[in-house]
Write a protein that binds this ligand. Structure first.
Ligand code: AMP
Length: 193
């Protein structure tokens, strides 16, 4: 696959599904820029920017940051790229975000090439997130917030999964097993390996 051709991948999945890990590995393999809205927001919180101050309490509760703030971030990130070869990690998370992304890409003559969904059983998700809480100390990795983030995922982000499924762009795979095997499976499933 030529490295100068536009490509747009979306990584979906509940918190704890291993999206971030797999997104980084797949982006590296395909020469894509990984755009993680969660990482960008956490960076704002760390630096204490205006945006950071606004979103910190929302993130701590496990709720979603308003769509307009997220879309402003995405537009800013896309503007920086000479060629749109991107992998979105944790975006879009609402139907409105998915539709806005399609409109934005359409203006550039582009579309989402594939949406990858990592499936992991709920018990395993909670166990992984609690482990990450101990290891990384993320402010939103406590049990109450974890439950809230899973609820928000079901209510707001599952419709995004259906949206890509209806377009025939969804690739669903198991997110359980050795990290390397999951990466290979993703690449094979989307026809990139
Ligand atoms: P993540 O690292 O992707 O799990 O994101 C951590 C938190 O950042 C989420 O629980 C939300 O509060 C916020 N966030 C990240 N991405 C988005 C998005 N696309 N839409 C709304 N909120 C987001």
């Amino acid at each position: 696959m030529p490295e100068n051709e536009p490509m747009v991948l979306v990584f979906l999945g509940p918190p704890g599904a291993g999206k971030g890990t797999q997104a980084a590995r797949v982006a590296e393999r395909l020469g894509l820029k990984k755009i993680s809205t969660g990482d960008i927001l956490r960076d704002h919180v760390r630096r204490g920017t205006e945006l950071g101050k606004k979103v910190a309490p929302i993130m701590e509760r496990g709720d979603l940051v308003p769509d307009d703030l997220i879309l402003a971030i995405i537009k800013e990130e896309l503007k920086k790229l000479p060629v749109v070869r991107v992998l979105f990690d944790g975006f879009p998370r609402t139907l409105a975000q998915a539709q806005a992304l399609d409109a934005l890409l359409a203006e550039m003559g582009l579309q989402v090439d594939a949406a990858v969904l990592l499936d992991v059983p709920e018990d395993e998700l909670v166990a992984r997130l609690l482990k990450r809480a101990q290891e990384e100390g993320r402010a939103d990795d406590n049990e109450a917030t974890i439950r809230r983030r899973l609820e928000v995922y079901r209510a707001d982000t599952e419709p995004v999964v259906d949206y890509y499924a209806r377009k025939g762009a969804l690739f669903r795979l198991q997110g359980v097993g050795p990290i390397e095997d999951i990466t290979e499976c993703i690449l094979k499933t989307i026809g990139a390996a």
